[in-house]
Design a protein around this ligand. Structure first.
Ligand SMILES: Cc1cc2nc3c(=O)[nH]c(=O)nc-3n(C[C@H](O)[C@H](O)[C@H](O)COP(=O)(O)OP(=O)(O)OC[C@H]3O[C@@H](n4cnc5c(N)ncnc54)[C@H](O)[C@@H]3O)c2cc1C
Length: 432
């Protein structure tokens, strides 16, 4: 049977919504309940925290405004990218060598958590191993070599440089000057991953309510979380609404900027054609400031993403933005139909480093994975769970990293960020 995205209500018009395995709509919260922990938001961060806590024996309630995976977690490129949106030398320069060593120790853990949960709970999310970072210029290749050496110091043994003559083993295009593979990277159907993890939470007694937007939060000693029709009394509350959190808690969402990115999929391609484009079935992302990312799906489509919308506004003509980029990479696809196009918001911090903190002794938050969040959300969700369980050492490392406001305040922060991105984009175009 062929499903449409609209058969899966309140999700984006995505190939993921159309091909999700679990379509069960969970009930909305109705009435007063209590739990050890109440999690706000059923994306990777919230569900990862909920699963960590359910595994530790805590009673957990997750409140989701729309559907599980409605936000970035159910719409992204599905690329398992290790590490952070800033390299470890930059982190060392900003926060000191000790902090960089601590973050370096955790940098492969997010991917490991995904692989462990997929295997342990039998989650069918099309997990494929291997990622390719594509370089357009010699400068980008040199930067990758530096990153590789840094990562190796932190124990990453899965990286290999790829010379121009070997790029065709991973992607059939003449755009790239070379690149680097990460054998510990890979790709997944992200909506099926978060749904599978949510199912694991429920199998351990956790309760998840959809269509249950949190509209109020009492920050008392025993916090109370309110939705339109109910409330949850909890010992701890974890705020995991990321770029979709506004208007709740301006003191949290004011510390990051929603940014949209766009994704589309082709119609299913002849298996021989898609295999010739991506012979190793690795996912690909390029090294430009505003980057393209793409991969093969389980039903032989090319899923292609890119574009950027600071402030989180969705452009009208999604295909018009992404298709020209796809054709620059694969001109041979000029007659192929585009079946799905959608947009989603991630949360950007000024430092590009995720931001965790406490609103009170009982209310913690995590957000701002800044474009590369599939692995870090899994790590930071687990760390939120550890903190509730009384092991806040790793949480405190993250919470100690300064979160800086975007320059320009509410009115000018978007235009100033656009200006900065334009400058870096121009440097990429000029090969500087
Ligand atoms: C188009 C796109 C492509 C991307 N591609 C990649 C990629 O290939 N690789 C990668 O590593 N990263 C990628 N990212 C980033 C990654 O998807 C995110 O960093 C990550 O999914 C964020 O997860 P999250 O759980 O923190 O937030 P989200 O997944 O956005 O979840 C937040 C949830 O909270 C809910 N919520 C908000 N407010 C409330 C409230 N008041 N009450 C109840 N619920 C609430 C929302 O409805 C939402 O479901 C991409 C992001 C986008 C948008």
């Amino acid at each position: 049977m062929v499903f449409k995205a609209s058969d899966n209500p309140r999700h984006a018009n995505s190939w993921y919504a159309a091909s999700a395995d679990d379509r069960k709509v969970r009930p909305a919260l109705d009435g007063e309940i209590s739990a050890d922990v109440c999690v706000i938001g059923a994306g990777f961060t919230g569900i990862s925290a909920a699963l960590e806590l359910a595994e530790r024996g805590y009673s957990v309630v997750v409140l989701e405004a729309e559907r599980i995976g409605f936000g970035a977690s159910g719409r992204n490129g599905g690329q398992i990218v290790n590490g952070y949106s800033r390299d470890l030398e930059t982190i060392a320069g900003r926060y000191g060598r000790e902090k960089a060593i601590e973050l370096g120790k955790m940098s492969l853990e997010g991917g490991e958590i995904i692989r462990t949960r997929v295997a342990g709970y039998g989650i069918d999310c099309d997990l494929i191993h291997g990622g390719f970072f594509a370089a357009f210029t010699e400068k980008q290749i040199r930067e990758m070599e530096v990153h590789k050496a840094q990562w190796e110091k932190h124990g990453h043994a899965g990286l290999e440089m790829v010379a121009k003559r070997d790029v065709g083993k991973y992607v059939k295009t003449d755009r790239y000057a070379g690149g680097m593979i990460d054998k510990l990277g890979g790709h997944i159907h992200p909506l099926n991953l978060v749904l599978g993890e949510a199912g694991a939470v429920e199998s351990l007694g956790g309760r998840i309510f959809e269509g249950s937007r949190v509209v109020g939060l009492d920050l008392s000693e025993r916090p109370v979380v309110h939705t339109a029709k109910g409330s949850v009394k909890a010992s701890y509350v974890l705020v995991c609404g990321n770029a979709y959190l506004a208007p709740l808690l301006p003191e949290v969402h004011g510390r990051m900027m929603p940014v949209s990115s766009q994704v589309m999929t082709t119609e299913p391609l002849d298996p021989a054609l898609i295999e010739s484009l991506l012979p190793a079935n690795y996912c690909v992302e390029d090294a430009n400031y505003i980057l393209d990312y793409y991969r093969r799906t389980s039903d032989n489509r090319l899923l292609y993403g890119g574009g950027i919308g600071y402030g989180g506004h969705d452009p009208k003509d999604l295909t018009g933005i992404i298709r020209p980029n796809m054709l620059k990479t694969f001109p041979q696809l000029k007659n192929v139909n585009i079946d799905y196009a959608w947009s989603g918001n991630f949360a950007l911090t000024l430092t590009r480093i995720p931001h965790m903190g406490r609103l009170s002794d009982k209310v913690y938050f995590s957000h701002g994975d800044s474009g590369h969040g599939v692995t870090t959300t899994h790590l930071l969700g687990k760390i939120l769970g550890e903190a509730v369980a009384g092991h806040a050492e790793r949480f405190d490392i993250w919470a100690s990293l300064p979160n800086l406001p975007f320059p320009g305040g509410k009115t000018l922060r978007v235009p100033l960020t656009v200006l900065g991105a334009w400058w870096y984009g121009l440097r990429d175009k000029l090969g500087l």
